[in-house]
Write a protein that binds this ligand. Structure first.
Ligand SMILES: [Zn+2]
Length: 207
């Protein structure tokens, strides 16, 4: 069984180097992208939607030309393990989701998907074997049409300097940039102060 042009083993190496660990969701995500692509007409330019922010966006980025950075992949975090590939101009596409009924036939996958076991109780090798054995059998593919509002390129429009932070931002966001409007993740106003002790860089691992 292959995922696109890759053997399962090659794909798992790709996951490891890109994502950091061979997450079960990413193996399933590979089958999801593969199934969606097989159901799209050849030779169309497609965009992608991931309906979750965990794992699945990385499968899309590994196996299609769509990335967050090039704007062809949108993450709409509904928390559903589903993706959609669609004609970027016409909106016609396919949606593939991990089917909660179909996983009932696969106990390890079901218990992982519904978090019925703690990570300690899980047997990662059995789970991986089951995922590979199941392949697309736990997935359902649907025809969808993406709303016009989501199609086409949306430019940033005019750019100005934010009167509060002095950084460039899209004028359409308002009189201040979105960070200065209260969306900033930082506790204090960032300072450029060479006398201050440098924060040590920490590499944080995990999934
Ligand atoms: Zn600002």
């Amino acid at each position: 069984m292959n995922i696109g042009p890759y053997s399962i083993e090659d794909y798992m190496h790709m996951i490891k180097s890109f994502h950091g660990n061979i997450a079960p969701g990413l193996i399933i995500g590979g089958f999801m992208v593969d199934l969606a692509k097989k159901n799209l007409p050849d030779e169309i330019l497609f965009d992608a939607i991931s309906e979750t922010s965990t794992c699945l966006p990385d499968a899309i980025q590994l196996l299609t030309p769509c990335t967050i950075g090039n704007g062809w992949l949108k993450v709409m975090n509904f928390g559903r393990y589903a993706l959609c590939l669609y004609d970027k101009y016409q909106g016609k596409g396919v949606r593939v989701y991990l089917d909660s009924d179909k996983v009932e036939n696969w106990p390890e996958i079901r218990d992982w998907f519904f978090k019925k076991k703690t990570r300690k109780e899980q047997d990662p090798n059995r789970l991986r074997d089951e995922i590979i054995e199941a392949g697309p059998d736990i997935l359902t593919c649907q025809r969808v049409v993406v709303e016009g509002a989501f199609l086409g390129k949306k430019g940033k429009g005019a750019i100005a300097k934010c009167p509060s932070c002095n950084e460039a931002y899209p004028v359409k966001d308002g009189t201040l940039c979105l960070a200065c409007q209260g969306g900033s993740p930082y506790r204090d106003t960032p300072r450029t102060d060479p006398t201050e002790e440098k924060p040590s860089l920490r590499i944080i691992t995990g999934d």
